[in-house]
Design a protein around this ligand. Structure first.
Ligand code: FAD
Length: 489
């Protein structure tokens, strides 16, 4: 059997391992942590369970597809539910919007509680659908870096419709035009943060993202987000994939052959291990910096602005808080000032938008009786050596004050467990350059073309998957990066 080595057991690495095993390769995955999943990990402590990273699950069909490809029944491995409620939004002026998955209900709520109309919501979501139709096949499911992708009829059709993807104004400009009520524009501007970008800079093409939630739906795995990782690892193992944990790969080897370089294998713990193909799931920045040290790196691509990072407080909370649902947003009053602070001052804003995810609302054993597991996250800049300890101490106070103002509750006394993740620990735990969550930012209209390809144009049989390469960050796109590699076999 030909041999494939995957470096990193992030979600894309696991997906690539499954796909290569199905294609008949003997697959070994080398992971530097003691556990699989990378960013898609979990924390268990003092009776609380937290998903450490992603909490929003969209496009579950990309996960199911892997089980089906292997001839298995997805629900034998992995179960999830479609959510009736997408998110609860809280504003400083007292407005509360519950975004129902039922579009009519959501649009009606917007119309009755704000100066915007149901029609405005429907128009935005129609636009969102159009952008999806034009971009899906071109940007998401194929390599942007191969001529044959452009010769495809679907691609050509999309190229003729490029004018419809709204790339020449910012997302915030578009949403200001769509919505009379600036609070609803703010609600839709937030989608830029789904890939770590700034709605005041990023193209309105990012208005494609609401389509994922309102058309395909928002979901929650029955056993929490981490079960995406564990069930795919189980599938991979059933297909014969070998996972090697606590194995940090030090180098990718290649040799000249027929006028081109050819991948040969890797070094791990001082041992050379040969392979016919190598797929790196590392952040592309570290793949070049650490594993291909003597190779000329594509400097321009690697110097792109990184996406934002996050500060997360995992709080075990005493008491049940019915005003909050599974997903909640407490908005900053001045959203523009918040993004200016993150992107220009590279600091944490004093009135941050707070995201609270509470899986114990749906998953019984995620918190002890009478308690809840709060994942409290704010957007922060990528790590450039800021004084994080001081910034985190201040942010903790600002967050608690905001809960006080909006929920009219002093949460500080209810915290019975606390753990913190910040840009520094995101970098050390998951190997993400500067702790960015989604690789490069999408803050300009060319960003989609400036992500690294899923293959090396200089070294044969060396491939790249994961959130830092094409088509981008987030679970669905990371899974698609493995699918694009698969198209070569
Ligand atoms: P990663 O998760 O980046 O994993 C890479 C793996 O490589 C790691 O396990 C690492 O240990 C390993 N590695 C590194 N160096 C080496 C080496 N030298 N040798 C061996 N192994 C190595 N996405 C969503 O879709 N929805 C969300 O709600 C969401 N929220 C997020 C919230 C947070 C706090 C974070 C951190 C991310 C979030 N994301 C979300 C993004 C999503 O988690 C990522 O895009 C996705 O998980 C990236 O997967 P990946 O395949 O690139 O691998």
């Amino acid at each position: 059997k030909p041999k494939a080595i995957i470096i990193g057991a992030g979600i894309a690495g696991i997906a690539a391992a499954i796909r290569m095993a199905i294609k008949g390769f003997d697959v070994d995955v080398f992971e530097s942590n003691a556990y699989p999943g990378g960013k898609l990990a979990e924390i268990n402590a003092e009776g609380f369970r937290f998903d450490a990273g992603p909490s929003l699950f969209t496009m579950p069909q990309y996960v199911d597809e892997l089980f089906k490809l292997a001839g298995k029944n997805p629900s034998d491995y992995f179960k999830y539910e479609k959510l009736d409620e997408i998110c609860r939004y809280f504003y400083e002026d007292g407005l509360e919007i519950t975004a129902s998955a039922d579009l009519n209900k959501f649009a009606h709520e917007v119309e009755t509680k704000t100066n915007s109309t149901a029609q405005e919501v429907n128009t935005l979501l129609k636009k969102s659908e159009t952008i999806y139709e034009v971009t899906n096949r071109v940007f998401l499911e194929r390599s942007l870096h191969k001529i044959k992708s452009y010769l495809h009829w679907d691609t050509l059709k999309s190229v003729f419709r490029f004018g419809q993807i709204d790339a020449f104004r910012t997302q915030s400009q578009a949403n200001q035009a769509f919505f009379k009520d600036k609070r609803i524009a703010q609600l839709f501007n937030r989608y830029a943060t789904y890939n770590g970008s700034n709605p005041y800079q990023a193209p309105a093409t990012l208005n494609v993202i609401p389509h994922f939630e309102y058309h395909f739906g928002a979901f929650l795995p029955k056993k929490g987000m981490y079960s995406i990782t564990t069930s795919l690892v189980k599938l991979a193992e059933d297909l014969g994939v070998h996972f090697h944990y606590n194995k940090k790969v030090a180098e990718i080897h290649y040799k000249a052959q027929g006028g081109k370089q050819q991948v040969e294998g890797i070094t791990c713990n001082g041992e050379f291990i040969n392979a016919n193909i190598v797929i790196s799931n590392l952040d592309i920045w570290f793949t070049y910096k650490n594993l291909l040290k003597n190779f000329a790196a594509p400097k321009k691509l690697l110097q792109q602005e990184r996406s934002s990072s996050a500060l997360i407080f995992y709080w075990g909370i005493k008491g049940i808080h019915p005003e909050l649902g599974l997903h909640n947003i407490l908005f900053a009053e001045d959203y523009k000032a918040e993004f200016d602070c993150i992107w220009k001052e590279k600091s944490i804003y004093k009135d941050p938008t707070i995201y609270v995810n509470i899986t114990s609302k749906h998953i019984e054993n995620d918190a002890p009786e009478g308690c809840e597991n709060w994942f409290v996250m704010i957007n922060v800049p990528a790590n450039n050596g800021q004084n994080w300890d001081a910034l985190i101490a201040q942010a903790r106070k600002d967050i608690l004050n905001k809960f006080n103002r909006i929920l009219k509750k002093d949460i500080s006394n209810a915290i019975v467990f606390e753990q913190i993740l910040d840009p520094r620990s995101i970098e050390t735990k998951t190997g993400s350059y500067q702790g960015s969550l989604y690789g490069n930012s999408s803050n300009n209209q060319f960003a989609a073309f400036l992500r690294h390809a899923n293959f090396s144009s200089k070294i044969n049989n060396l491939y790249f998957c994961g959130g830092s390469v094409h088509p981008g960050g987030g679970i669905p796109l990371a899974l698609l990066s493995a699918k694009i590699i698969d198209q070569d076999f």
